[in-house]
Design a protein around this ligand. Structure first.
Ligand SMILES: Nc1ncnc2c1ncn2[C@@H]1O[C@H](COP(=O)(O)OP(=O)(O)O)[C@@H](O)[C@H]1O
Ligand SMILES: [Mg+2]
Length: 208
């Protein structure tokens, strides 16, 4: 069962994962962007972790809302407001809950993705984080409908996100900085799709 402690553990683990992958994500962004995606997420999640250690959060929703606000205020790049919106929408799904069941976890990721779509106006195949999250949400919904537990639902989501991430390689970027490159964006994996895959993978490693 996923509770407030599990959410905090996820965010703490995300800080570690993005610190470990700072160079990798920045290197991906150097090919089709401005070489800061890893730096942005490392800075953002370090700030979130610090903020959470100083803040007494009343409930799960407050944890995710704190993460959202901190990401929006500490990350300059496009990914800050986009992930900030993801966490804000996810926090709304947690309102008045003390535990998340299978359906809540799927609803949380789906709401987060809808927030990103609304804010960033990207569509599938635009070569963004949406291309990792959309297949992940679909796979998670399918697993939920098949009666799977939390771990399996997340694992299916991670598998689909990983495929979605590598599927961004041949895509032509239509949103964000990579879109300025036109045809030259082809042949490179999208940094944001990669960080979204890592986000779900980190949850799958922790929650069951
Ligand atoms: N409009 C958008 N919708 C969804 N994702 C986007 C959008 N614009 C950019 N992204 C994602 O953000 C990532 C880049 O993030 P980052 O490097 O932190 O910001 P910036 O592009 O401002 O430097 C891209 O790889 C892409 O996945
Ligand atoms: Mg960048």
């Amino acid at each position: 069962m996923v509770n407030q402690e599990s959410l905090v553990a996820w965010i703490e683990a995300l800080q570690e994962v993005y610190a470990e992958n700072k160079e990798y994500l920045t290197q991906l962004d150097s090919a089709i962007g401005d070489a800061d995606h890893g730096i942005n997420l490392d800075r953002g999640f370090t700030a979130v972790r610090r903020k959470l250690s100083e803040t007494k959060c009343e409930d799960m929703s407050a944890v995710l809302k704190t993460a959202s606000m901190t990401l929006i205020s500490s990350v300059g790049g496009a990914s800050g407001p986009l992930y900030g919106t993801f966490f804000l929408r996810a926090s709304a799904v947690c309102a008045n809950k003390t535990e998340l069941a299978e359906a809540d976890i799927v609803a949380m990721v789906e709401a987060g993705l809808e927030g990103i779509l609304h804010r960033g106006k990207a569509r599938p195949n635009d070569k963004t984080m949406v291309d990792a999250l959309t297949p992940a949400v679909n796979a998670m919904k399918q697993a939920l409908a098949a009666g799977s537990g939390v771990k399996e639902i997340l694992e299916k989501g991670v598998e689909a996100a990983e495929q979605g991430m590598t599927d961004t390689i041949p895509m032509l970027a239509k949103k964000g900085r990579a879109s300025y490159l036109g045809e030259r964006s082809i042949g490179h994996q999208d940094p944001g799709a990669t960080s979204s895959y890592l986000m779900l993978k980190t949850a799958a490693n922790l929650w069951n």
